[in-house]
Structures are given as structure tokens and as C-alpha cells.
Design a binder for this molecule. Sequence first.
Ligand SMILES: [Zn+2]
Length: 146
Amino acid sequence: MADNESTSKWNPKGGAATLYTCHKFDCDFSTYEKLPKCPECGFPLYDAATFKVFGVLLAVCGVLLAAVGIGIIVLLTFREMKSEFGAVVIYGLLSALALAGIALIAGGLRQAVTGLKSTWFLALFVILLLAIGILAAVLRFVAGSF
Ligand SMILES: [Zn+2]
């Protein structure tokens, strides 16, 4: 690998060596060597600049998710719900969606600034998405009752 290629692109001053960190969510492997993939789990390794780009993308996705969740909540407050229970479930789902978006924004921005993997924010995002999935599944079962 042409090492000066990466240093000139991401590190024009040619200062400290580039640290590559494994992309896998729960893998902590990192190295200063430019390896094609992580020797521990086989996922790709990225440098801080790449993690920053991903961080920006995560934050943008978070903004979209939060906007959808909050937007629908705002729209629904102008309509009458068929039942209290239905309202609680739907607001719960939308709030979880908005929270997931906010977690993604926070994690993405932190990653964009530091270039470090935002493991905990992404974990929170995944947990919220799972919660939404479970709630949505429950909603399907009880959909006839309201
Ligand atoms: Zn790994």
C-alpha cells in the first residue's frame, strides 16, 4: 500500500501516523498499520477521517428520523384519537422513533467531531429501534381493539 497516499490525503502535514479502527460495532481493534480488514472479526478498518464522514451521515439520518417522529406527533395532536389506549401506543412509538433519531444525531455528531466510534449512542439507537419493532408487533395484535 502506498502509505504516503493516505497521509497526503488525510494528513497533509504528514504528522502523527493514522490510526485505523475496526468498523464493527462491538470490536475494539485498532492499528496504525493499513490492513485490508480487521484481523479479529474481518470487518473493514477505517481511519478517523472516515469515521467523521460516517458520523455526519449518521447525524443526517438522525435528523430525518427525529423529524418524522416529531412531525407526526405534531400532526396527530391536531386530530382526535379513537381511544386513549391507541393514542398512548402511537405516541409511544413516535416518541421512541424521535428518541432514536436524537440518539443517532448525538452519536453522529460526537463521531463527526472526535472521529471515534460512538458505540453507546449507536447501542441506544439499536435498542430504541428494537423497542419500536416490538411495540409495532404488539400494536398489530391489539389493532382490532381500538
Ligand atoms: Zn474487528
